[in-house]
Design a protein around this ligand. Structure first.
Ligand SMILES: O=C(O)C1=C[C@@H](OP(=O)(O)O)[C@@H](O)[C@H](O)C1
Ligand SMILES: C=C(OP(=O)(O)O)C(=O)O
Length: 440
């Protein structure tokens, strides 16, 4: 198995320019594809997940041009030629890897696009639930078959077009407690029906800040959704997506969490991330608040965040509900290795259905470095050891966040081996190079 051996890191300091946000990149690509006219998307994330979305748009017949930089090399700027809500290819086979932000929204958009589409992914994607979204789309009149297990990808979508006035529901219900991406997919796609549509969220909605990202970006593309409450959204008929002309992708706030945690742990000066700050539309910026609760010194700018160790040098344990930042919450479990006391992270059951069962994977690997860990169905608690176990060999379960999280163990003055480091390519292919740049 390929691995990277990290030497103990005594100090970190410096600035990291964050790669583009995965959540914003993939939403923006789809919205730009759905609108009429051209959209220039600047600063798109280069990673497996965005590559899957670009390939899908290509297979659907949407033209996307990559622009060159001043040296003639590929830039991260793209021109998307929108298809005005009507994908040119009515038959396509889409491989979507393990990209939830591609799979769920594309399922919704294609289920309302009057074509035949086969959507599949890696083995783990076929274990990640999609039944709540399929149920909701069927209420709207879509025809979707499961090709493997009921409730999971792969899917076959059959032609169905929900015309204004057709006998399909104008109200769909969706469960909110497994993934917010189902609601995101519905919100972005139901305007294609050109009917007044109400989406009712049944039960608790998790990961709410991701819905804020969705609504924010839809608004940038001229689409108004009335949020009556977290359980009811109304999309008035007669709206079409309109190109904003040009749109800039923020830096990724989840990717920021590793560097901010490094700054808080790190025995050096502050670490600054740029591309995300107080004006960010991403909920994961609030990771910095949680780090602050642990004692870290946090400074905000409009487009940057800085983290430095606590004034007294000692992070403290916390007991927190992190349902609003499920991805960055993993980084808190690692920060707990450097905190005094028992840290408990609650309301994170969605960890079980992401890239791997993250509750189980986190518990297993934290124990390898000496932590005392307890795990429940939707929580984890971590007590740091007196000193971290040197030379732990960390398995990463094809989960980019496991690799990035456990790299921070090296800040505990011990060498650590990370297996399959290239799994960071899902959202951050150059992660280990960036970490090396702030290592003194
Ligand atoms: O909508 C999004 O961009 C995301 C929503 C979250 O998923 P859940 O809603 O499934 O928690 C998050 O974990 C994922 O990385 C990105
Ligand atoms: C859960 C994640 O990804 P996805 O978008 O595939 O759900 C993640 O990036 O942590």
């Amino acid at each position: 198995m390929e691995h990277i051996d990290l030497a103990p890191i005594a100090k970190v300091a410096g600035t990291v320019a964050l790669p583009g946000s995965k959540s914003i990149s993939n939403r923006t690509l789809l919205l730009a594809a759905l609108c009429a006219g051209q959209t220039t998307v600047r600063g798109l994330l280069a990673s497996d997940d965005t590559q899957r979305m670009l390939e899908a748009l290509d297979a659907l017949g949407v033209k996307v041009e990559q622009l060159l930089d001043e040296n003639g090399a590929d830039s991260r700027d793209f021109i998307v030629h929108g298809c005005a809500g009507n994908f040119p290819n009515k038959n396509a086979d889409l491989f979507l890897g393990n990209a939830g932000t591609a799979f769920r929204p594309l399922t919704a958009a294609l289920a309302l696009s009057n074509g035949s589409y086969h959507l599949h992914g890696v083995a783990r994607m076929h274990e990640r639930p999609i039944g709540d979204l399929v149920d909701a789309l069927r209420q709207a009149g879509s025809q979707i078959d499961y090709l493997g297990n009921e409730g999971f990808p792969p899917l076959q979508i059959k032609p169905s077009l929900i015309k204004p006035g057709a006998a399909a529901a104008d109200r769909v219900q969706v469960k909110g407690n497994v993934s917010s991406q189902f609601l995101t997919g519905l919100l972005m796609s139901l305007p294609l029906t050109n009917r007044d549509m109400t989406v009712e969220v049944v039960g608790e909605l998790i990961s709410k800040p991701y819905i804020e990202i969705t609504l924010n970006l839809m608004a940038k593309f001229g689409l108004k959704v009335e949020k009556k409450s977290w359980n009811e959204f109304f999309i008035p008929a007669g709206q079409v997506y309109q190109s904003p002309g040009e749109i800039f992708v923020e830096g990724d706030a989840s990717s920021a969490s590793y560097f901010l945690a490094a700054g808080a742990i790190g025995g050096g000066d502050a670490v600054r991330v740029t591309g995300v700050g107080s004006e960010s539309i991403q909920g994961d910026k609030r990771f910095a608040e949680t780090l602050e609760q642990m004692g870290a010194q946090i400074t905000w700018g409009p487009n940057w965040i800085e983290a430095a160790p606590p004034a007294d040098g000692q992070l403290k344990a916390i007991d927190v509900d992190l349902n609003h930042i499920p991805d960055a919450a993993m980084t808190i479990a690692i920060a707990a290795l450097f905190a005094k006391g028992k840290t408990t992270i609650r309301n994170i059951e969605s960890w079980r259905v992401k890239e791997t069962d993250r509750l189980s994977a986190m518990a297993t690997e934290l124990r390898k470095v000496g932590a005392t860990v307890e795990e429940g169905q939707d929580w984890i608690s971590v007590i740091a050891p007196e000193s971290l176990t040197p030379n732990a060999e960390i398995d990463t379960y094809d989960d980019h966040r496991m690799a990035m999280c456990f790299s921070l163990v090296a800040l505990g003055g011990v060498p650590v081996r990370i297996n399959d480091p290239k799994c960071t390519a899902k959202t951050f292919p150059t992660y280990f190079e960036e970490l090396a740049r702030i290592t003194l």
